[in-house]
Write a protein that binds this ligand. Structure first.
Ligand SMILES: CC(C)(COP(=O)(O)OP(=O)(O)OC[C@H]1O[C@@H](n2cnc3c(N)ncnc32)[C@H](O)[C@@H]1OP(=O)(O)O)[C@@H](O)C(=O)NCCC(=O)NCCS
Length: 200
């Protein structure tokens, strides 16, 4: 974990001059130190964002991240009809229901929620990052927390259904594709990859 954090920090440091401002924010005070599992790690404390468990007050922002990530970040792989069907597949209430089971972590950047990830047992169910906060390692950090939790539970393999957008991310995390398949949202087909990763 520490080695991984150091790699991530090194990567972040290298891109620091081009790192975007935190989404929806003007000048902000220095970020608070992390209040989570990486709190004791000085490298993690230097990161501009923190990972913490889901709070019930997060739901409205979380739904916004879900919809923006689909509408903006997935625009190259899915057309407007597909993005609308996918992003409307979850409502405020259905997200509460889905996330009531399993493990959910969220990423905060200057008090703004910029990403979240959800695992149910051996299944990575959701990883979504706000487009204004993409490619700075937030999904990596969210995912790593879920994988760490799975390892602690003795889980030996993780599976997921990765969107075409997220396929590269999951491959980077060590998942391999077992091929493409068609999902459906509101009668609209959405191509995705069935992927898995061994933890042993
Ligand atoms: C996929 C997603 C979660 C990635 O979030 P992110 O915080 O930008 O990812 P990270 O910065 O941690 O990326 C780590 C690495 O994964 C790979 N990666 C991430 N996004 C990628 C993309 N769109 N295409 C190819 N590789 C990608 C890269 O190797 C990246 O390292 P690099 O930036 O040094 O090249 C985000 O783009 C998203 O929310 N997409 C839309 C919603 C979605 O498809 N979610 C998954 C549902 S199954």
């Amino acid at each position: 974990m520490l080695q991984w954090l150091r790699q991530l920090f090194h990567r972040h440091t290298l891109v620091q001059p081009e790192t975007p401002e935190p989404p929806h924010s003007a000048a902000q005070p220095e970020p608070e130190p992390a209040h989570n599992a990486v709190e004791s790690d000085p490298i993690a404390a230097l990161m501009p964002f923190q990972i913490r468990p889901l709070d019930s007050k997060d739901m409205a922002e979380l739904l916004g991240v879900f919809r923006e990530a689909i509408q903006v970040s997935a625009a190259a792989e899915y057309d407007q009809k597909q993005r609308d069907a996918w992003s409307q597949a979850q409502s405020y209430d259905s997200l509460i229901s889905v996330l009531s089971e399993g493990d959910t972590v969220v990423a905060e950047w200057d008090d703004k929620l910029v990403g979240f990830a959800h695992r149910i047992r051996d299944y990575i169910n959701m990883v979504f990052v706000h487009p204004e906060a993409s490619r700075v390692g937030i999904a990596t950090l969210l995912y790593q927390h879920l994988e760490d939790g799975a390892r602690i539970e003795g889980i030996t393999e993780l599976t997921t259904h990765a969107s075409l957008t997220a396929h590269g991310f999951f491959a980077y995390m060590g998942f391999t594709s077992e091929g493409q398949e068609q999902a459906e949202r509101d009668g609209i087909p959405l191509t995705r990859h069935a992927m898995r990763k061994s933890l042993v």
